[in-house]
Design a protein around this ligand. Structure first.
Ligand SMILES: Nc1ncnc2c1ncn2[C@@H]1O[C@@H]2COP(=O)(O)O[C@H]2[C@H]1O
Length: 368
């Protein structure tokens, strides 16, 4: 093998070994699945050679990727952990499913259908998947309750329709299982229209089932949306909590007071050289620096404020007008306290109020 090829392979192996999905892997999944779809379409018969070639290239890529990961994990002593993990199982399926089917004599066009399983490889890389899993676990109670209601309505409705329609339409409502098909199609509001009740009472039941369908899906959507919102709030709270507890100004407070303060603050991530406060504008919040640095642009001098410092308090305590431009000098994380919460905080924690007040007075004196 030539040297450049060996070094390219080594580079590829290093990039592939520890990571779930590389950019090349995403491309391979896309090309592979698209080729499989083309293989099933007779209009693409002329390009069959190319499509087959692409499928084989993708398969070789996934086999190679799997072998590299197996070797990497074996070297790290984590082979069994990897093989039993979801990523390991998906990698093994991606590498072995099609070859096994071909070896077992399955017709190639059918065997290549298994390449649809390659899409599973992108699952671990989906952002927010952990959040979705947490929402499903936390909200499993209400979700299951709605599922039970869903099944109940399906069974009650299908038995009712069987009773009401069987004599008029023995072909379509001749048994409860046949009526079940109608109930699922109706309750999910799909409405193929292949099976339709014709008796007045049958239609009344159908109307009730359709309305129940809307209710059931509305409930599911509501439960998931509330779950996601709560999860995002929890994530934000934890992030803000971490930042708040690092600011020395708040460190003296007990855990209960820190939690109280955390509810009032929101986090803001800013790049370097971003104007945070413009001189002369109305002040409606103050800031604490959780990370990074800002520069206060005063007449004749510039003052740098680092981690743990606060700014923007003077407008809230004085005439509401900002006294100077303030911008970030580095990537910074600021905790923002809005005016309403500023007042609540000052009332609840007089010691903090005193510190902020004293610093504002000192700054005002320094600026005169
Ligand atoms: N001398 C100073 N040293 C540090 N910070 C200052 C000084 N003067 C003003 N600031 C800050 O710059 C902010 C500009 O907006 P505010 O006037 O709301 O609040 C001001 C203070 O927080």
């Amino acid at each position: 093998m030539s040297k450049p090829l060996i070094s390219a392979l080594a580079q590829f192996a290093a990039a592939t070994a520890g990571r779930n999905m590389t950019k090349t892997a995403y491309v391979a999944v896309g090309v592979g699945v698209l080729s499989m779809v083309l293989l099933t379409d007779n209009r693409a018969n002329e390009a069959r050679g190319w499509v087959n070639g692409l499928l084989w290239v993708c398969l070789v890529y996934f086999v190679f990727e799997w072998l590299i990961r197996l070797r990497h994990m074996a070297r790290q002593g984590r082979l069994s952990l990897y093989m039993s993990s979801s990523a390991g199982i998906v990698d093994a399926i991606g590498a072995l499913a099609v070859p096994l089917a071909l070896v077992l004599g399955v017709e190639p066009k059918t065997a290549w259908l298994l390449s649809v399983l390659w899409v599973l490889k992108v699952v671990p890389g989906i952002p927010g998947l952990r959040q979705l899993r947490r929402v499903l676990v936390l909200e499993s109670g209400p979700l299951v309750s709605v599922l039970v209601i869903f099944l109940m309505v399906i069974f009650l409705a299908s038995v009712a329709e069987y009773f009401l329609e069987r004599d008029v339409q023995p072909q379509t409502f001749g048994s409860v299982p046949a009526a079940l098909w109608w109930a699922v199609v109706t309750l999910t509001t799909t409405g193929y229209g292949d099976v339709v009740p014709v008796t007045p009472l049958g239609r009344l039941v159908a109307a009730l089932v359709m309305i129940s369908g809307l209710g059931v899906f509305g409930l599911w959507t509501g439960i998931l949306a509330t779950g996601f919102a709560a999860e995002t709030r929890r994530d934000n709270f934890l992030k803000t909590w971490e930042s708040v507890s690092k600011v020395p100004f708040f460190a003296a407070l007990g855990p209960a007071a820190i939690a109280d303060v955390t509810h009032m603050l929101r986090t803001m991530e800013l790049p370097a050289r971003t104007l945070v406060i413009r001189k002369g504008t109305q002040g409606d919040c103050m800031y604490f620096i959780a990370a990074g640095e800002v520069e206060v642009d005063l007449p004749g001098k510039k003052v740098q404020l680092g981690e743990g410092a606060f700014f923007g308090e003077m407008a809230l305590l004085g005439n509401n007008k900002r006294g100077a431009n303030v911008s970030t000098t580095k990537v910074s994380r600021l905790l923002v306290l809005d005016l309403v919460d500023f007042r609540v905080l000052m009332a609840r924690h007089p010691d903090l109020a005193e510190t902020i007040d004293a610093e504002a007075k000192r700054r005002a004196l320094e600026n005169t």
